[in-house]
Ligand binder design. Structure first.
Ligand code: ATP
Length: 376
């Protein structure tokens, strides 16, 4: 079985704490994606799992067996790196076969058969006699995968395996990797700093920052119920709107606007006063658009609903079937954007429009401004 337990895992390099007391259980056959910004400790975690780094403290178990002192060859894992690491002088067939080099119990004919089988799985049967420099980046990546899966390991470890591919190929390979994982049912730990890869491929995402685990949850959960400001900002594109402010009675008072807090939000907020309001751009809806920006704002605002705001559109970024709107408050036109909103379809909003937007109260996130922890 390929279940993995990491308990209180720490890795120091001199004064740098690369991984800080990380505990994480990964299920058999799970696809877990480790994400976080550059330097957060993802690769070091993966390298400890692979046996390429020794933990400073803590324990690693794979399939219930203690791994700390086992050499990489005895861990029943296969690793796929960003740079493929193919041998240039070997053919595809030899490169894939090389994955079986350390394996015992195969006859030579069985090794050849296994290579053919794997090439078929990956759709590269017609490339078996080529050398790596006769292959495209995507084909090279498949060969690197072939070399990993040929051994039929309990665990795949993948470190940014798609980052050298162009955007289109990366999207294709994401789907292929998922299909492959479904088919092979092998526990996979996949490192990336790309949140789209994390969101689209993972059963669960483990978000790391500064060596520490911030949240381990499904992509849905990380997106809809982030544990803290870091996760809220890291997951989601375009980024969540974060507005700092204070609570005055039952009203959130931010720099650019005020917003009434419902009873259930107030219950979660308790006595806290310094808050950060988080609103996903997708959750802001334009309910009315007008090009008449000479209207009297005061008169306008009296007509607004409780959760509505009057904003000016400063930038419209078209993204095909949706637009990202940059919005500023009419009273503070020169201030930085107060909010960004995503509108679907052909919403006819243009730069300079004054719009009414609504922020549904059930969609807001509230964080403690001091600790960054989600409170609602
Ligand atoms: P990236 O996405 O840029 O690869 P990462 O999240 O994988 O980053 P790590 O490579 O795990 O991060 O590095 C975590 C921290 O440990 C960084 O501060 C890095 O500089 C440091 N580090 C990693 N390897 C070593 C090493 N061999 N010696 C000294 N410091 C190291």
């Amino acid at each position: 079985m390929g279940e993995i337990q990491l308990t209180d895992l720490t890795k120091r390099f001199g004064d740098t704490v690369a991984v800080d007391d990380l505990s994480l259980d990964i299920d058999d056959e799970e696809f877990l994606v480790l994400v976080g910004p550059s330097g957060c400790g993802k690769s070091t975690t993966l390298r400890m799992l692979a046996g390429l780094e020794t933990p400073t403290s803590g324990d690693i178990y794979i399939g219930g067996d203690h791994m700390n002192y086992r050499v990489p060859q005895n861990r029943d894992i296969a690793m796929v790196f960003q740079d493929y690491a193919l041998y240039p002088h070997m053919t595809v067939r030899q490169n894939i076969r090389f994955g079986l080099e350390e394996e015992e119990g195969y006859t030579s004919a069985e090794r050849d058969e296994r290579v053919v089988e794997v090439a078929e799985t990956l759709g590269i049967s017609d490339l078996l006699d080529r050398k790596p420099d006769e292959l495209s980046g995507g084909q090279q990546q498949r060969v690197a995968l072939g070399r990993a899966i040929v051994r039929d390991p309990e665990v795949f470890l993948m470190d940014e395996p798609l980052s050298n591919l162009d955007a289109k190929l990366r999207a294709e390979m994401r789907t292929e990797l998922q299909n492959l994982q479904d088919q092979l049912a092998v526990t996979t730990v996949y490192v990336t700093h790309n949140q789209t890869e994390a969101m689209t491929m993972a059963d669960r995402i483990a978000v790391m920052d500064d060596g520490e685990l911030q949240q381990v949850a499904s992509p849905f959960e990380c997106y809809h119920r982030p544990n803290n400001l870091f996760v809220a900002e890291f997951i989601g594109e375009p980024m969540i709107n974060l507005v700092r402010g204070t609570r005055s009675e039952t009203t959130f008072v931010g720099e650019h606007f005020s917003y009434p807090l419902d009873e259930d939000v107030m219950e979660s907020v308790g006595a806290r006063e310094d808050l950060v309001l988080g609103i996903r751009p997708e959750d802001i809806a334009v309910v009315d658009a007008t090009t008449d920006d000479t209207a009297d704002d005061t008169a306008d605002d009296t007509a607004l609903g409780d959760h509505e705001l009057r904003m000016d559109v400063t930038v419209v970024e078209p993204h095909g079937d949706q637009n990202v709107l940059h919005l500023s408050h009419p009273d503070q036109p020169s201030a930085d954007d107060a909010l960004q909103a995503v509108t679907e379809g052909m919403h006819l909003v243009t730069r300079g429009d004054r719009v009414t937007v609504t922020i549904p109260p059930d969609k807001i996130h509230v964080f403690d401004a001091e600790t960054g922890t989600a409170v609602h």
